[in-house]
Structures are given as C-alpha cells and as structure tokens.
Write a protein that binds this ligand. Structure first.
Ligand SMILES: [Zn+2]
Length: 299
C-alpha cells in the first residue's frame, strides 16, 4: 500500500532513531535536482506506515537550521508519493500563556529568516501563492484530535516566529516579536512549510515549548508556587519528544477518518491552468536543453 504520510523530526529525532523508538527501515538519502536529502526511513506503526526524516541529522545534531537542504528534503518526500507532512519543532515561548513541555498546534507564522532559499522556482516568475491557511487545516484537526485522544496538554493555536539562528534571541528581539504578535520562537519551519505549498502538499507542525524566550533577567518561571528549575525544563522537553512516536501512531489512525478541509493539493492551480506548469509536477523542474547560438564567421 502506498505511503502518503511523512514526519519531519526536529531536535532529538536522531535520539528516537538511535533508541529504536520507531520501527524503521532505512531507505537512505534521496537524490533530487536540489541535492541529496537527509536519509529517509520507512516506519511501521500499528495504525499504518509513514516516512520519517530527521532534519538536523541522523545520529546527532549535525546541522543547524540555516544549513539544512529544505528543498531536497521536501522534493524527496514528494517524489516518494508523500501528500501530507507533519513536522515538529522545539520552541521558546515569548508568551507566558504557554507552559514548558506543552504542545502547540501552531496556526500562523512570522518569517524572520534571512539566508535560506525560499522557493523551488529560482529565476522563474512563479510561486506567488496565498499563505492562508498557513498550516493545513485537515492535518491540524487530526493533530488536535490525536492530542485529545492521547490525553496530552496542548494549545490548539499559536503564532510561530521563525528566526535564523543558530544563536538565540536578544531580550530586545523577543520584545519586538511579541509586539508583532509572535508567541513562540523557533528556527525550523521556514522555508519547509512554504516549499510544501509549492509542491501542493499538506503540511502542519506540532511544536512543543522547551523554555521561555530571553527576557534579560535570571527570573525563573513559577508553577504551583515553585520556581521551575532548568533540570525540570529539560525533563519536560525530553518527555515531549519521547511521546511523539505514540502520538504519530494515533495520528496515523485519526488522519484517514478526518474530513478533508483543505485545498493544499491545488495551491499551484493558477500556474497549471495557465499552462505555465504542466499537470505532472515532475516536469516543473525539467531544464530546457541548452543550445549553442549559431556561429558566425567573422573572417
Ligand atoms: Zn491540506
């Protein structure tokens, strides 16, 4: 049976692979017109199969978000037949309305990255795509239903600010993002989500809060009358990742029962209808044969 779901793992995804938390067959890297993808795994769960890709590295945190080949990763998954991608991203919360260790099914995004290729269509007049909804409503609903069924603490909305990194934000930057309406800081969802739109794929992200954003003090967040220690923060972030295989299994069960609420598969319809792009997406990246101009005899 064709596998149409993929998960892109964030920080500590390599730990899940290493520890055998996912029952997975390694397919390896995939060659694409944009370079090689990260190694891809085919995973089995009791509720279905999905592809899995660890965006930061296979065995450890090998590359920071700036140096990830997002285009190769998204292209490779599309080439394998994937239609839906769920990803995860560790975040730092700007707003204290969130708790450390809590999941957030983000629904909007501010892009503050500065040096990442944002499109498959370099040097072509394509890619003017409406970015609402930013994240696929069908996948978001399936994620929310899965979180309810697994009894996890979560927020069903949040505005993710994608910063370049790898450094963390300054206190002034955190205040700026808050003034713009940002609620969670992360480094990984851009350009992943925008590239998925260009290949007409459904994409949603399950974020978790690892700590609060920089505020320029040594203030420790309080919960139940006690200051939360750094060790407690790390324990909660680790637990959030360790629950993800179980959540994915539930998600595989819930997704087929979720009504389609989206038009992600026709996001490039304006270009295919006009004839600028063919109906087969693979032809979108065919390079025209370079022909030598006719020689002229100058003598
Ligand atoms: Zn969709």
């Amino acid at each position: 049976m064709a596998v149409t779901l993929a998960c892109i793992g964030g920080r500590a995804a390599y730990d899940l692979l290493h520890e055998g938390a996912l029952l997975a067959e390694r397919l390896g890297t995939q060659a694409t017109p944009f370079g090689d993808s990260q190694p891809i795994y085919r995973c089995k769960s009791r509720s279905g199969e999905f592809y899995f890709l660890s965006r930061h590295g296979e065995t450890r945190y090998e590359r920071t978000p700036t140096f990830i080949n997002y285009r190769a990763n998204i292209y490779a998954l599309k080439d394998l037949g994937v239609r839906c991608i769920v990803s995860w991203s560790e975040t730092r919360a700007i707003s204290h309305n969130f708790k450390i260790g809590q999941y957030v099914v983000v629904d909007d995004l501010l892009d503050e990255t500065v040096s990442r290729p944002q499109t498959f269509f370099e040097n072509r007049g394509l890619g003017h795509i409406r970015q609402w909804p930013v994240f696929c409503p069908s996948l978001r609903k399936a994620l929310i239903d899965s979180l309810v069924q697994v009894n996890c603490e979560f927020s069903s909305r949040g505005v993710y600010v994608c910063v370049e990194g790898p450094r963390h934000e300054t206190p002034a930057e955190a205040r700026k993002y808050a003034a713009f309406g940002g609620e969670l800081l992360g480094q990984a969802l851009v350009p992943e989500v925008f590239l998925a739109h260009e290949l007409q794929m459904c994409y949603a992200s399950l974020c978790y809060v690892a700590r609060f954003a920089e505020d320029g003090t040594n203030y420790r967040p309080f919960e139940d009358g006690r200051a939360l220690t750094e060790k407690a923060e790390r324990t909660r972030a680790t637990a959030a990742v360790e629950r993800i295989p179980r959540l994915l299994e539930r998600f595989c069960h819930v997704l087929p029962e979720t009504p389609s609420l989206c038009q992600c598969e026709s996001s490039m319809a304006a270009h295919t209808t006009s004839g600028e792009l063919g109906l087969d997406w693979r032809t979108w990246f065919d390079q025209p044969e370079l022909t030598e101009p006719p020689r002229t005899d100058l003598t």
